[in-house]
Design a protein around this ligand. Structure first.
Ligand SMILES: NC(=O)c1ccc[n+]([C@@H]2O[C@H](COP(=O)([O-])OP(=O)(O)OC[C@H]3O[C@@H](n4cnc5c(N)ncnc54)[C@H](O)[C@@H]3O)[C@@H](O)[C@H]2O)c1
Length: 665
């Protein structure tokens, strides 16, 4: 059978043979055994809904075994035998090119070169799922292959509810992931309802098919690390020879050493999972691998003396480094952490003094002990960080719930008012006021032809557009414009493409729309093939997350999620090809609502109309909200936008003098 025939077949007509688990795969952690016997029966009953009756007896036993062994039913047997990777858009069987573009993006998220646990359909973040099981994948691909531009596919946490009649103006796919009745959104609810097969954790770009490998975060991380050093170093001094200490070489965190190299410092990144560290080293994302503390100390001292720009992966627990560097009096200029603390009890954060393998056993067999060890480690971790910050280290929370979980574990990370944390998050200090409030965020595109020369051409187009905009842009955003022009000039040199031919840069609403328009014109002129536009959910408007994207909202509304919901609804009727809205992502289930979109540019006038309408709203929705929260950068940005867009009328806040409030109560 050809690839196209496989896709069109959906669930195979005859039962495929049972498969052995590939020995080289990076397996997802075994999930908590949380279901009662009745619930386990329900999980099997749910899973068998996808298959004909004649297979039930055989599959029931197999799925029960999967549930017992892994805590989930992945339906490994149904994983297709063809290679899963982003093909050229023409390679997909489809009646709608928009649907073909979505197939390409789905396959990219499941490509073993891209995905963290491809066998379990997890793209990144330990639990960021594209689908819950392989039956959902097969059915979704089949639906996409057969649908027209008069239909919309509705996905409930990976499950294709079906194709519904709609119109050319509607999105082709509407995705929800992990949406729960709010009272049922605790971490164990995810464990339970995901095990039952009725919900999933879509992270941000995993469940919305918009992941582009660690490149997606390299850029944001580069800006963050660069500006963290700008904050602490005297003007004119460079980061070379200065230390950035952090942890995690996983899906997102793997970008840190690369960003450190671009920012020009010594990056030390601890990683307990040797497989993850080796993968990043082999991909060229980190320069050196070291697995002993003595060797690390020696290498770091040498790098400091020589003012080197180098990134080092330390295979071990990050707490060992924080503690030992304190004893050895090695000064850390900038510190952070990107372990997966949004899922601390299921393998997101590994305790010190316990082997990786033993930790994984504890997670499954003795979760209470595992939790105690994690919390004890967090207390040691925070205590060591506090010692360094007392000496002058700048530490920031990297949006992984480190401070949240450290505080829950009883660490001394609270500010004196007992409400705030003692350290700011990267959004509060850097990305919020410098980027999001002005509308700058992680715009991205994928060349759907799969042709690297298309990517080169789009890089060039984007650079020229940004240069032109910069000539007349106000002082307030000049630094952003310049950083992004420098970035796009070097983007190819930094060799960041893993999987699809994708690129990211930070741009505001004007930049995004002008770049997209220029792409669409280049497609119409036959200079490049179709382009898929998108963005990370971690953006100006897409995400309500009180400890991350909206942590610099200070009017009390950071615990609301109206912005993210308005965004997905607003994007959906302004021309998005697909939209998604997720509970969880980044900081954890129940802690964040985030959404995104994808849009196919095909060179038509209709595509130009769609991109202008949708990108404008997609950015300005968030600026308006940030402005209403009294953020001065956003007030500046939205007033500027209203000046040039007569149809935009946004409610502007009146600012109250402190003296009026001082003696009121
Ligand atoms: N700041 C951002 O912009 C941003 C973006 C996306 C994700 N995140 C958050 O960052 C975190 C990491 O994301 P990811 O996709 O890389 O997750 P991941 O699970 O792929 O990687 C985390 C890595 O940390 C390692 N690790 C865990 N405990 C450790 C310890 N004590 N010492 C050393 N290594 C340890 C794990 O082995 C794993 O490889 C998540 O919480 C995610 O939500 C932040």
């Amino acid at each position: 059978m050809t690839f196209q025939e496989h896709i069109l077949e959906g669930i195979p007509k005859s039962l495929p043979p049972k498969k052995a688990y590939p020995s080289d795969a990076n397996r997802a952690p075994k999930r908590k055994d949380i279901l009662t016997i009745e619930e386990k029966q329900l999980a099997i009953r749910n899973a068998l809904r996808y298959f004909p009756k004649e297979w039930h007896a055989e599959l029931a036993k197999e799925f029960a075994q999967e549930l017992q062994d892994f805590g989930r039913i992945y339906m490994y047997r149904f994983k297709p035998t063809y290679k899963i990777c982003a093909r050229s858009i023409d390679a997909y069987p489809a009646k709608s090119s928009q649907a073909a573009a979505i197939m390409l993006m789905i396959q990219n998220n499941l490509d073993p070169a891209v995905a963290q646990h491809p066998e379990e359909l997890i793209t990144y973040g330990g639990n960021g799922a594209v689908f819950q099981n392989w039956a959902q994948y097969l059915l979704v691909m089949q639906y996409l292959a057969t649908m027209t531009n008069e239909q919309t596919l509705h996905l409930y946490s990976g499950h294709p509810m079906g194709l519904f009649p709609s119109s050319i103006h509607a999105p082709r796919v509407v995705v929800t992931n992990g949406l729960m009745i709010p009272n049922y959104s605790k971490p164990d609810d995810w464990e339970k309802y995901n095990a039952l097969g009725v919900t999933q954790y879509g992270q941000m770009t995993a469940g919305s098919f918009m992941y582009i490998g660690p490149q997606g975060i390299v850029h944001g991380t580069t800006i963050t690390v660069m500006n963290a050093f700008r904050k602490i170093l005297p003007k004119g001094e460079t980061p070379s020879g200065k230390i950035f200490l952090t942890a995690g070489l996983g899906g997102m965190s793997g970008a840190q050493p690369k960003a450190g190299n671009i920012a020009g410092c010594i990056t030390i990144c601890a990683e307990v999972n040797a497989k993850a560290a080796t993968k990043r080293h082999a991909q060229g994302w980190v320069d050196e691998l070291i697995d002993s503390m003595d060797a690390l100390l020696q290498r770091v001292r040498e790098a400091q003396i020589k003012n080197e720009v180098v990134s080092i992966a330390y295979i071990g627990n990050v707490v060992e480094i924080w503690e030992r560097f304190d004893e050895e009096d090695i000064f850390i200029h900038v510190g952070s952490d990107q372990t997966s603390l949004h899922i601390p009890w299921t393998g997101g954060y590994y305790p010190i003094g316990v082997s990786y393998e033993e930790s994984n056993r504890l997670i499954r067999e003795e979760p209470k002990i595992f939790k105690e060890k994690v919390q004890a480690t967090l207390r040691r971790h925070a205590a060591a960080i506090n010692k360094h910050t007392a000496k002058g280290t700048y530490f920031f929370d990297y949006g992984n719930a480190f401070l949240l979980e450290a505080s829950r574990a009883g660490s001394e990370v609270m500010a004196s008012n007992g409400i705030d944390f003692k350290y700011a998050s990267y959004v509060q200090d850097i990305l919020g006021p410098m980027c999001f409030d002005y509308g700058f965020g992680p715009f991205r595109w994928v060349c759907a032809s799969g042709n690297p020369t298309d990517l080169d051409k789009t890089d060039q187009i984007a650079m020229e557009v940004l240069q032109e905009i910069m000539e007349s842009s106000p002082e307030e955003i000049q630094l952003q414009m310049q950083d992004n022009i420098t970035w796009i000039k070097d983007a190819k040199k930094n060799k960041m493409v893993v999987g699809s031919q994708a690129r990211i840069l930070y741009a505001d609403a004007e930049g995004r729309a002008k770049i997209a328009t220029a792409f669409n014109q280049a497609i119409a002129a036959g200079k490049i093939g179709p382009v898929v536009l998108g963005r990370d959910h971690h953006d100006v408007s897409g995400t309500d997350s009180p400890y991350r994207e909206t942590s610099n909202i200070y009017d009390g509304s950071k615990f609301t999620a109206d912005m993210a919901i308005h965004n997905v609804i607003g994007d959906s009727f302004r021309g998005a090809t697909w939209v998604s809205i997720h509970n969880g992502g980044g900081v954890g289930w129940g802690e964040v609502m985030n959404g995104g979109f994808g849009m196919l540019l095909d060179g038509t006038a209709a595509a130009e109309e769609r991109l202008k309408s949708m990108l404008f709203y997609d950015v300005n929705n968030g600026i308006a909200r940030r402005s209403w929260a009294r953020n001065k950068e956003a007030i500046f940005a939205i007033k500027r936008e209203m000046d040039r867009t007569p149809n935009l009328k946004v409610t502007i806040p009146n600012l109250v003098a402190d003296s009026i409030l001082k003696d009121l109560f």
